[in-house]
Design a protein around this ligand. Structure first.
Ligand SMILES: [Zn+2]
Length: 169
């Protein structure tokens, strides 16, 4: 992703997000695409804005009050006011507005805790996954924080199909 910093210098950097409690479903989809996305469950707007500023995150929210904050109106902090109630339309808005790459780094981040996943050795996961999965899957990734193990099963395929749908539009 190429964008400009406050001095207008072109930066090639990674987009990071902070998702407000009112558009929580966006967090999962952005993580599936590989974008570092913090889900902000508290209703304390000031804390959310402070975190977004400190960590260079784009705010996604349905709260019109947040859009009136000075750091946002003066362009210091980027925030997108999500228009729809529908999570799929919400994703389309974010993808269109930021020209997001839906296949940025799919399935590289833990969907639960936003940590980058690491490759796991097949033997290491032997006792941690169902026997059928162990027999049929050879590649595994693990979250270093919650130790959840991911593999390319049916759930993965369903999500890939949905990502593909976002890409087309
Ligand atoms: Zn995790």
């Amino acid at each position: 992703m190429v964008y400009r910093n406050l001095k207008g210098v072109r930066l090639i950097s990674e987009l990071k997000f902070i998702v407000d409690h009112n558009v929580g479903k966006l967090a999962k989809w952005l993580r599936i695409m590989g974008y570092n996305t913090l889900f902000f469950s508290s209703r304390n707007d000031s804390n959310m804005i402070a975190t977004a500023l400190a960590e260079g995150r784009v705010i996604l929210t349905r709260d019109t009050q947040i859009m009136k904050r000075r750091v946002i109106t003066n362009g210091k902090l980027k925030s997108i006011l999500i228009q729809s109630d529908n999570p799929e339309l919400q994703m389309h808005q974010v993808i269109d507005t930021l020209n997001l790459d839906c296949l940025f780094r799919p399935f590289t981040i833990c969907l639960e805790c936003n940590q980058p996943l690491v490759m796991s050795n097949k033997q290491e996961v032997k006792d941690l996954v169902p026997p059928y999965v162990f027999q049929t899957q050879s590649q595994y990734v693990e979250c270093p924080a919650c130790h959840r193990i991911y593999w390319r099963g049916t759930h993965w395929q369903a999500m890939t199909k949905k990502l593909g749908k976002f890409v087309k539009i």
